[in-house]
Structures are given as C-alpha cells and as structure tokens.
Design a protein around this ligand. Structure first.
Ligand code: WTA
Length: 648
C-alpha cells in the first residue's frame, strides 16, 4: 500500500459511445489524428498551425526545446487579431455574428465580425494615441461586456501584452498585478451588473491606482452608469476616445514568440504567478482544440462558454479559440440565478445554443436547484456539452447528461490549466467512448503520463499527472521569475512538467483526474483522493454538492471530514450517508464527521477552498478570506463546527 502514490478506490462502469447521429456529422470519428500526433508531435502541430492559421511569414523551426523553455514556430510571423477578425471579413464573412451579448438586466447586443473588426481597430488606435507600443503591458479590469474582448484584441493588434484581472478581485489584488506587470494603461468600467445590482469597478480601480506608478492612462467604459471620479489628464471615457479614433489600423505582423498576454494565477503559497503566453503556438493550440474538441461547425453552431474573461477559459475559449475559428458565440454578463434560477436555460433557448461549456461547480449548483429549471425551456438545440475546472463527479456528469443534454449530447470533460493555455486531455466527441467522470485521453500531439512518487511510469492505478514533452500553448515561463518557473513545474520529476494533479489510469487506459495533490488525504496510511469521496457523496440522491478534507487525527493520521449540501427539499441522516460512502468506496473512506451546510467556501473562480475547510475542521483561526466569493459561508461553518461533536 505504502508504495502507491494514491489509492484507486472508486469504480465507474458506465460507458457512452458516440451515437450514430452524432458521428454522422462529426469532424473526427476515428483515431487517425491520434496516430498522426503520436508518430511525430512536432510535425503534427506544424500541420495544424499551417491549416488553421494565416501566417505572414513562415517559421524555420517548428519547436526549439531547451528544457524547460520552449519556442514554437520560430521565425514565423502572424497577427492574432488578423487571424481572429480580418481574414474572416476578407473572406466575405463580415456579416456573420461573432458575439450575441446578453446583459444581465436583459439588454443585448449583436456584434458581427465586421463590426468587431472596426471596433478593435479603433480601440487599437486609441491605445496608440495613449502611447501604448509593441511590448508594453496593458491591464484590463472589466465586467463581462464586449469591450473586454475588444480591449484584448486591440492589444494583440498592436503587439501590446494584456493582463486581465477578474472584475471580482479586490483593489489590492489589482494593484499587485499591475505593479508586477508594470502596466502602462488600465482599462476598466464605471461598474457592471451582478445579481440585479450595479457593482462599482472604477472606485476599486481608483484605490488600486494610488499605488501603481507605472500607469499613465486609464480608459473607462460606461456600463453601470454609477457616479465615478475622472482624474483630468489620466482618465478617459472609452466612448470619447472611440468617437475620434480612425477605424483603420493595420494589423502588424508579430513574431511567433511575441508575448500575447500575462495571466496571474495564485500558487498555494506566495505571490501570484504571472503566467506568460505567446502568439503562434498559443493560437494554434486554442484554435485546434476549440475546433476538434467541440466538433465546431462554424456555419451552424451557436457556442456558449459561461466562464469569465478574467480566467484562462475566457481567454482561450471565449475570445481567441472561437474567433480564430470564425465561430458565433454567446457572452452573458451576469449570474445564473438572476432574475431566476432558469436564466441560463432561457439564454440557451433564446439563442438556440448548440455547444455549451461550463464548470462542475455550476453543474452541481444546477442539480441543487433541480431538474425542473431546465425543464421549463426548449433545450433541443443543444448537441454537445463541455466541462472544465475541476474533476466532474460521475453523478454530476449523469445529471448534466440527462437534464441538460436530454440523453443525447456527448460531454467533453476537458482537463487543462492556466499554464497549459489550451485543452490537453479530453474526449473527441465523435470518436471517444465516454465514461462519466473521466477526461479520457490526452489529445493528439500531447504527451501525458501518470507516474509514482519516484517518477516511474504507472500503467494502472493512481499517481501524479505529468506531461512528457512540450506543447504549442505551454506557458513560456513566469513573468520576471524563471527560477520559480523551473521550481514550480519542472523540479518534482526530472524532465517532466508536473501539473500538480493526482490522476489514475483504469484498465482501459482512461485518465481519471483526482484533484490537486495537496487535496489528497492520508487516512491510516491510505492515500485517498478527496475527489473520490466527494463523488461517492454526490452519488447519493439527496446530495447536491460535497467538499471533503483530511483533518489531523491522533489515531488515523488524518480523518475524513465532509461538508455536504443537500438538494432542495431532500434530507438524509449522517449515518446513512456514511454507510453510503462505505458502500460506494469502502469502509476506509467513510467520513468521520459530516457537516450539513447550505453553502461552501469557494474561490471566485468556483473552486472549493479545501484549505479553509481544513482550518475549520481543525479549529484553527482563519487568515485572510478575501479571495473567497462569499466570506460569510466560513463564519457560518465555523459556528457549526464548534457546536457539533464529531462522531466516531
Ligand atoms: C483543475 C482552468 C479535473 C486541475 C482551465 C487543474 C480539472 C486546475 C479539470 C487548473 C478537469 C481543470 N478535470 N480537474 N476537466 N480542468 N481542472 O488554472 O486541478 O484555473 O490543475 O485552469 O483545475 O485550473 P486553472
């Protein structure tokens, strides 16, 4: 037992091969691409780069690999905005809708490729007039409005790198990120809509701007109509700049390795890391994955990714991938429960969405709200569903499949990270037999392997997920900190990228992601993944969502503590749930204590904060909780924990 990295306890036997109806239209229905990618991954990616993108100058070397630093399509030149906009307009598709934007209060905008190109070109000229030059950094702190995509593409057009900071982050987080990137311009808004109210952004930005010496100009988009202070000389209204900007701004060719953006991601400790992504390789992989993983038919599909542009999913699968492929997308500004719990399904019905991409945390919330919400709407336009961000519990997968997909949409469970830039492990929906809860296999051209503590290849059972060779959209490093880059990703296993995730392989070679390895518990010498116990809990019909942590225990090392949210109107006793887990996984995985709670502490991107739950379970004082979506949840949990005796 001791030599196993992570125990493999849960078994899932359900299988879903692609239906004939889906296969008939699918882009990929066999293993040809995999054979191609495995035979020669560099050649494979070069063919994708040539096929999917328009280059103004050819590369001379496909990949330069100086472990751990890679360069792709070296010597090649292209412009990302040209690839996302101009070439579609030049090909006569200017009237095609790029974005259906739905505001939370119910207002909406339809933006064609030609209109988006004009707006991006104008804003690129506006940025130039503020002194932004190739190589500069521009910070973006906006709500989910079309101007967020416009700002990103305008930067790409002139070779400035953007650094988007999620609009829900505090002024402190914003100023830290601005200062690390030494950004010259900040693009923000007066405010945005959330849960039916305007939240102010500019006042938060103003607070950050007190300690950001690199910022020379601020651009403010009007959205919330809330009162804001404008500092003369520094602050400009977006609409004023646009009124006088020329719509003529040639897209400059960029070196394939030109910095496209920084995106900050928090490590478990220390200051956030500025993850660097560049131009040619990044766009190749996001275009490839968006096309084949989502089986995109750009003429007929309406695609909707519910992420925020502040996260990498928004960068790669709202902006760059879909636009590079000429897709039509929906963007929604607000929360899923405004004005009611069926808002997302009313949007699917309104725009006839055919491809829907969301996160397990959202799916479990929909489960909690109940199947009657989606049942109020005609969801028959949907033909493919996606999931990203966390392991999806098999029961959440089944619920998604039945209640949203009505039993006939494949689900692509896509594993990737801010650092990987694009999807790495995922089914190809016309070719792969799905198993609920498994992200299935590495995509063509990607090398993934599970290894044990010593870095030895594991062919069956649990271990650590590693990536064995470079891929085009891999991070190029951590901004200004190459040592931390080496240390964080390349030091644990020699010659391999360590993703930080546990993973197991089943008898059929399917990959099952087990969550971050710091989420692995050690109970009486058994290393049990929190994900598996959570999935067992969620497979009980009364449970909507569960979070599991290991708390110090004098006898077993760690004890399993579970926090459980019930589905509305349903009940179950603690003893019954413990027995249910014993039945699903084994007695070893029975939670010692179960707390029932109406809510769980989550990061603003929706990941459960297990560290905090561990602190609560172990009775520790909590430190900074400001990165939480809702800090009250923790106070409530602490109260319950101090009142409830634990059961042995
Ligand atoms: C987790 C989000 C299981 C994983 C794109 C990873 C997943 C981290 C999945 C990256 C998935 C993402 N199955 N786990 N399909 N997708 N993760 O940087 O732990 O916000 O390391 O990127 O999310 O999160 P990030």
């Amino acid at each position: 037992m001791a030599d196993k990295a992570i125990d493999d306890l849960m078994l899932e036997n359900r299988k879903f091969p692609p239906s004939d109806a889906f296969k008939r239209r699918a882009l990929i229905t066999d293993t040809g691409l995999y054979d191609d990618g495995n035979a020669d991954y560099e050649g494979f990616w070069a063919r994708q780069a040539a096929d999917l993108l328009t280059w103004s100058k050819d590369w001379h070397t496909i990949c330069e690999w100086n472990l751990p630093f890679s360069k792709w399509f070296v010597g090649g030149e292209l412009n990302v905005a040209y690839n996302c906009l101009d070439r579609h307009v030049l090909a006569g598709r200017g009237d095609k809708v790029a974005f259906y934007w739905e505001g939370e209060p119910g207002d909406s905008r339809v933006i064609t490729y030609a209109e988006l190109l004009a707006e991006v070109s104008k804003f690129a000229n506006a940025l130039k007039s503020l002194g932004v030059r190739k190589g500069d950094r521009v910070n973006i702190y906006l709500p989910m409005i079309p101007e967020a995509a416009v700002a990103m593409l305008a930067c790409a057009r002139i070779g400035a790198a953007h650094s988007v900071v999620f609009g829900g982050f505090s002024s402190q987080s914003l100023s830290d990120r601005i200062n690390d990137a030494e950004a010259k311009v900040l693009i923000t808004a007066d405010g945005g809509y959330r849960r039916g109210e305007v939240f102010a952004l500019k006042p938060q930005a103003d607070e950050a701007l007190q300690s950001t010496p690199s910022i020379e100009s601020v651009v403010v988009v009007r959205r919330g109509n809330n009162p804001v202070d404008m500092q003369a000389g520094r602050d400009h209204w977006y609409h004023d700049l646009m009124a006088s900007a020329s719509p003529d701004c040639p897209a400059e060719p960029m070196d394939s390795e030109q910095l496209l953006f920084l995106l900050y991601t928090s490590g478990t400790t220390g200051k956030p890391k500025g993850i660097m992504h560049t131009t040619g390789g990044y766009l190749t992989q996001v275009a490839f994955t968006h096309k084949y993983v989502f089986d995109l038919h750009p003429e007929t599909d309406i695609y909707w990714c519910t992420a925020d542009v502040g996260w990498v999913t928004g960068h790669s699968y709202i902006v760059y991938g879909p636009l590079a492929n000429g897709a039509t997308s929906v963007i929604y500004e607000g929360v899923p429960n405004y004005p009611a719990n069926d808002r997302l399904w009313s949007i699917v019905e309104k725009y006839k969405v055919s491809i829907f991409y969301t996160a397990p945390t959202a799916i479990r919330t929909f489960m909690k709200w109940g199947g009657e919400e989606p049942a109020k709407h005609d969801l028959s336009s949907l033909r493919l569903l996606g999931s990203v961000g966390e392991p999806i519990n098999p029961e959440a997968w089944m619920w998604y499949h039945e209640h949203i997909g009505r039993g006939n949409c494949p689900i692509v469970d896509t594993w990737w990270q801010t650092e990987t830039g694009g999807i790495m492990i995922s089914p190809l929906p016309g070719a792969t037999t799905l198993k609920p809860g498994s992200a299935t296999f590495a995509l063509p051209g990607i090398g993934a392997e599970v290894v044990d503590d010593e870095g030895k290849h594991v062919s069956r059972g649990g271990g650590y997920l590693t990536l064995t060779h470079p891929w085009p959209s891999m991070l190029r490093g951590i901004w200004k900190d190459p040592d931390r880059y080496r240390d964080a990703y390349w030091s644990r296993f020699e010659g391999r990228y360590f993703a930080g995730d546990g993973c197991k392989l089943d008898d059929d070679g399917y990959l099952w992601l087990l969550g971050r390895v710091d989420d692995v518990m050690n109970v009486s010498g058994h290393r049990i993944s929190t994900t598996e116990v959570e999935s067992a809990l969620v497979s009980h019909p009364s449970v909507a969502e569960a979070a599991v942590v290991g708390a110090n225990d004098p006898t077993t090392g760690q004890a399993i503590i579970a926090y459980v949210i019930l589905r509305s109107g349903l009940e179950v006793g603690e003893g019954d749930l413990r027995n249910h887990v014993a039945k699903e996984i084994g007695a070893i995985a029975k939670p010692k204590t179960i707390y029932f709670t109406p809510d769980l502490p989550k990061t603003r991107s929706g990941k459960i904060m297990r560290r905090l739950l561990r602190d609560v379970a172990e009775g520790r004082n909590l430190g900074d909780t400001t990165t939480l979506a809702d800090a009250n949840v923790v106070n409530e949990l602490q109260k319950r924990a101090s009142e409830a005796p634990s059961e042995d």
